[in-house]
Design a protein around this ligand. Structure first.
Ligand SMILES: Cc1cc2nc3c(=O)[nH]c(=O)nc-3n(C[C@H](O)[C@H](O)[C@H](O)COP(=O)(O)OP(=O)(O)OC[C@H]3O[C@@H](n4cnc5c(N)ncnc54)[C@H](O)[C@@H]3O)c2cc1C
Length: 380
C-alpha cells in the first residue's frame, strides 16, 4: 500500500526497519523466554533516535509524526513486541508531558527522555478503575505551605514502572468533580520517599515489557504538576488517542511478521509431494490475512494522518485499535495453523506472536470500550 512519506521520513523508516531486523529481531525470542526487560536495547534505541522519535526536535526528538511514526512503531513491533511495548509506554509518559505540561516541566524531562537517559511510565489504571479511569481513588491534596501536594493511592499494571526514572501519575485534586477533578503529576520514584514499586506481574505475552503495581504516600512539588489542576483527565484522553494508534501499529507490525513467515512456510513445506501453499484451503487463509492486514493498515494510517494534520481523530483511533488488534489476532492464528505442529512449538515465533498480541484487545481501552467510543460518536 502506498504511504505518503517524504524522502527524509522514508530514509528514517528504512534505517529503523534495518535496525529492527538486524538488532531487535534476533534477540526477541530470548527476551521472551527469559522474561528479560527489553530495556537492554535502550542505548541502541537511543542512538537511533527511537526513544525520542515521537518528540519534536526542540526537545531532543527526531520529530516523527503521523504515518511516519506509525511505520516506525510497526517496524519495531514486527521485530520485537516487548521492545515496542516498553517504548510505547515510555511514549505515553512523554506524550503526557508534551500535551499537558508547561514549558519548564517539558524542558526538565523531555530531552533526557528523548536521549534514552530517563525512562518514563504512565500511571492511570487503578485496581478499582481500569475501563473507567474517572473512578480513580488516588488523591493529590495541596500541602499547607502551598508549594506541594501529598500524593496518596495506588496504581496497577504500570508498564516500565520498576525501571522508570519518571512516572506520570494521574490523581484527583478534587474528589467531588469526577473526571474534571483529575490532575497529572510527574513522580520521580528514586528521589521520592514513600513510593513503593510492587512485584512484577507474570504476564502471558510481551514478557520483556515489564508491568508493576505501585503505591504511594508521598510529597510532590507543585512545579511537578502538568498544567492546571483539573486538566489531567483531558490530557490522559488525548494521550490515549495517540497511544491507540501506536497499539494499532504494534498489532499490524506483528501481524505483518506472522503473515510473512506463513507465506514463506507455505512455499517451502511439502506435504504429499506438494508445497502446502498449493492447497486452496491455505491459499484462502493467506488471502484473508493479506486483506485484513491491508484494511488494518489503512485504518491505522488514516488515524495517523489525521493526527499529523490536527483534524479530530478520536474515533479514527478507536477504529484503528479495534480493527487492528482483532484482525492481527486472526492473522497470527492462521499463520500458526499454516505452520502445523511446528507453529505450536517455541522453535517458531508464531506462539509468541499470539501471546504478545492478546493484550492489544485489552489495554489502552479494551475492544468493548473502543466499540463504546465509536457508537457514542455515532449516536451523539
Ligand atoms: C500488560 C499490561 C500493561 C498495561 N500497562 C498499563 C500502563 O502502562 N499504564 C496504565 O495506566 N495501565 C496499564 N494497563 C492497564 C490496562 O489499561 C487495563 O487493564 C485496561 O484498561 C482494562 O482495565 P481492567 O483490567 O481494570 O478491566 P475492567 O475495567 O475491570 O474490565 C473487565 C471487562 O469488562 C469490560 N468492560 C468494562 N467496562 C465496560 C463497558 N462500559 N461496556 C462493555 N464492557 C466493559 C472490559 O472490556 C473487560 O472485558 C496495562 C495492563 C496490562 C495487562
Amino acid at each position: 500500500m502506498s504511504i505518503d512519506l517524504n524522502s527524509e521520513e522514508q530514509a528514517v523508516i528504512d534505517q529503523i526497519e534495518r535496525f529492527s531486523n538486524e538488532v531487535l529481531a534476533p534477540a526477541a525470542a530470548a527476551i521472551d523466554a527469559k522474561g528479560q526487560f527489553a530495556t537492554l536495547h535502550r542505548a541502541a534505541l537511543a542512538e537511533m533516535g527511537i526513544t525520542g522519535m515521537n518528540l519534536p526536535e526542540t526537545y531532543g526528538g527526531i520529530g516523527l509524526s503521523g504515518p511516519a511514526l506509525y511505520c516506525a512503531v510497526e517496524a519495531v513491533a514486527g521485530a520485537c513486541g516487548s521492545t515496542a511495548s516498553m517504548l510505547t509506554a515510555h511514549f505515553l509518559a512523554t506524550d503526557s508531558l508534551l500535551l499537558g505540561a508547561g514549558e519548564t516541566l517539558k524542558r526538565r524531562f523531555l530531552p533526557a527522555a528523548a536521549a534514552g537517559e530517563a525512562l518514563g511510565a504512565f500511571a492511570l489504571t487503578e485496581p478499582m478503575a481500569g475501563s473507567n479511569p474517572a473512578d480513580m481513588r488516588s488523591t493529590a491534596t495541596a500541602t499547607g505551605d502551598g508549594d506541594g501536594y501529598r500524593l496518596k493511592g495506588s496504581k496497577c499494571f504500570i508498564s516500565n514502572a520498576g525501571d522508570a526514572d519518571f512516572i506520570v501519575v494521574y490523581a484527583k485534586t478534587d474528589s467531588t468533580a469526577g473526571a474534571r477533578g483529575v490532575s497529572a503529576f510527574v513522580l520521580e520514584p528514586a528521589k521520592t520517599d514513600g513510593v513503593e514499586i510492587g512485584k512484577r506481574e507474570e504476564t502471558m505475552g510481551l514478557r520483556g515489557g515489564h508491568v508493576f503495581p505501585i503505591s504511594f504516600d508521598c510529597r510532590v512539588p507543585a512545579e511537578n504538576r502538568l498544567g492546571d489542576e483539573g486538566t489531567g483527565f483531558r490530557t490522559a484522553m488525548k494521550v490515549l488517542d495517540n497511544g491507540r494508534i501506536e497499539v494499532a501499529a504494534q498489532a499490524t507490525g506483528i501481524a505483518r511478521a506472522a503473515l510473512g513467515a506463513a507465506v514463506s512456510y507455505a512455499k517451502e513445506r511439502e506435504v504429499g509431494g506438494r508445497p502446502i501453499g498449493s492447497f486452496q484451503g491455505l491459499q484462502w487463509m493467506l488471502a484473508d490475512s493479506a486483506t485484513e492486514l491491508a484494511a488494518a493498515r489503512a485504518l491505522g494510517l488514516q488515524a495517523a494522518r489525521k493526527r499529523g494534520t490536527g483534524e479530530r481523530y478520536s474515533t479514527d483511533s478507536a477504529f484503528a485499535k479495534l480493527y487492528a488488534s482483532e484482525a492481527a489476532w486472526r492473522i497470527a492464528d492462521r499463520a500458526l495453523q499454516i505452520h502445523g505442529g511446528y507453529g505450536y512449538t517455541r522453535d517458531f515465533p508464531m506462539e509468541r506472536y499470539l501471546r504478545d498480541l492478546r493484550i492489544f484487545r485489552i489495554y489502552e481501552g479494551s475492544s468493548e470500550i473502543q466499540r463504546t467510543i465509536i457508537a457514542r460518536e455515532m449516536l451523539s
